[in-house]
Design a binder for this molecule. Structure first.
Ligand SMILES: Nc1ncnc2c1ncn2[C@@H]1O[C@H](COP(=O)(O)OP(=O)(O)O)[C@@H](O)[C@H]1O
Ligand SMILES: [Mg+2]
Length: 399
């Protein structure tokens, strides 16, 4: 990140980061300030889970049925665009009450929106995040910075992942003498990796490693319709199954894993129909064994990516986990075991150990992106996304 502007000092001026990820689990909000050196401080968080009905409306738009559009997609998508903005505004209002703040205390909201389609490899690549920024600005009476992915895509980039630039500001040990190589692994619906080398002879790398929680969530919901959670809590169900090597091999043979970065993916690629196609190519296996194998699939694709970029230095390499998948004990312990079995020394950490709540990192990152917009900082990373040049990401919407 190159600093181009100067941040005003105003202790009571907050940025509000808003994230609604691929898992379609709910809305994360983070309240953040920045000091005169652009150093951020995270003050408070808020989470509002989506109702099953809202989550179903979102996932129905992921185009999971063999990539065929379903009925009335445009109407459903753009009604949901407004409905999500209303839900975002309601969550923000609850957050402001909780924190005893008013809309006048917030400089701007940095809103990611809800991705319902991401096609970086289309003939004319595009990405679509809904949760209408204009509606949100008008309802909250707060300026909104949104549509962060658009400019990077217009510049020929993948528009994803966006968080590596933020990871670099927080986790890089590049300026520290004898600093470590650092990986930040965010396990949301899709999992993404950021590699922050200790030496500036190597460049920062970031991309989606493949599926994170999304496929596990889909398979779990299909076979546990009466569960209290929409996901395999702590990975307990997966822990009852056995990893099936044939299925694992089949899953890992997908072309996505042979692609060189820059690359990004979504639920329109890794979905239940994709999984069912893979299942049809192996001998029948039990539901729990499928869940155990999907969990291992996420762990192994992450570890393979880490191994590929680990530099040959002798220092310990730090691996920070964040995102909801960090709560999946079965997944986290598989990641740990795979790292322990390597010759190189890895230290597995949560981002909390660096002062950033692992559940809040992305919401905080979008507050940072809004701040970066206001101060004309170059917040994109062409080395990660493949864009032709760096830029200030985001578009402003006024109340
Ligand atoms: N206790 C838990 N055990 C297992 N998985 C969990 C747990 N808590 C959260 N998750 C997983 O994390 C997901 C939400 O993660 P999140 O980081 O919000 O992803 P996204 O950014 O895609 O919304 C849930 O859908 C679920 O799969
Ligand atoms: Mg989420």
């Amino acid at each position: 990140m190159i600093k181009m502007g100067t941040a005003p000092v105003n202790k009571n001026s907050y940025y509000l980061g808003l994230m609604s990820g691929t898992s379609a689990d709910g809305i994360d909000l983070a309240l953040v300030t920045f000091d005169e050196n652009n150093k951020l401080e995270h003050h408070a968080s808020y989470y509002q889970a989506y109702s099953d009905k809202t989550a179903a409306k979102i996932t129905a738009l992921y185009c999971a049925k063999n990539n065929n559009p379903s009925n009335n997609e445009i109407d459903r998508a753009f009604e949901l665009d407004v409905e999500l903005a209303q839900l975002f505004a309601k969550a923000i209002s609850g957050f402001l009450v909780q924190e005893q703040l008013s809309c006048h205390d917030i400089i701007a909201i940095g809103s990611h929106g809800q991705t319902i389609r991401h096609r970086p490899l289309a003939k004319r690549p595009f990405t679509l995040q809904i949760g209408c920024c204009q509606t949100l600005a008008t309802l909250t009476n707060i300026r909104v910075i949104g549509q962060f992915r658009r400019k990077d895509m217009a510049l020929g980039g993948q528009g994803a992942p966006l968080v590596p630039a933020f990871h670099q500001t927080i986790f890089s040990e590049n300026s520290i003498k004898n600093g470590s190589d650092v990986f930040v692994i965010n396990i949301g619906g899709i999992a993404n990796l950021t590699f922050l080398p200790a030496t500036n002879k190597l460049t920062v790398i970031g991309y989606d490693t493949g599926t994170g929680n999304a496929l596990m969530d889909d398979w779990f919901q299909l076979h546990n319709p009466n569960s209290k959670t929409n996901y395999d809590k702590n990975g307990d169900w997966a822990a009852k199954g056995k990893i099936n090597d044939d299925l694992l091999k089949q899953l890992l043979s997908d072309d996505y894993f042979q692609l060189a970065p820059p690359k990004s993916t979504g639920r329109e690629y890794f979905h239940l129909s994709w999984l069912k196609k893979q299942l049809s190519r192996v001998k029948p296996i039990t539901k729990q064994d499928v869940q155990a194998t999907l969990t291992a699939f996420t762990a192994i694709t992450i570890i393979k990516a880490i191994k590929q970029h680990s530099a040959n230095n002798t220092n310990t390499t730090k691996v920070y986990l964040c995102g909801g998948g960090a709560h999946n004990n079965t997944l986290a312990s598989q990641i740990n075991q795979l790292l322990v079995s390597e010759n190189k020394k890895y230290q597995l950490l949560l981002t909390n150990q660096k002062g950033i709540d692992s559940d809040q990192l992305e919401a905080i990152a979008f507050a940072w992106l809004a701040f970066s917009y206001d101060h004309k900082l170059l917040s994109s990373m062409p080395a990660v996304t493949g864009a032709s040049k760096s830029c200030t990401l985001g578009i402003a919407y006024f109340p």
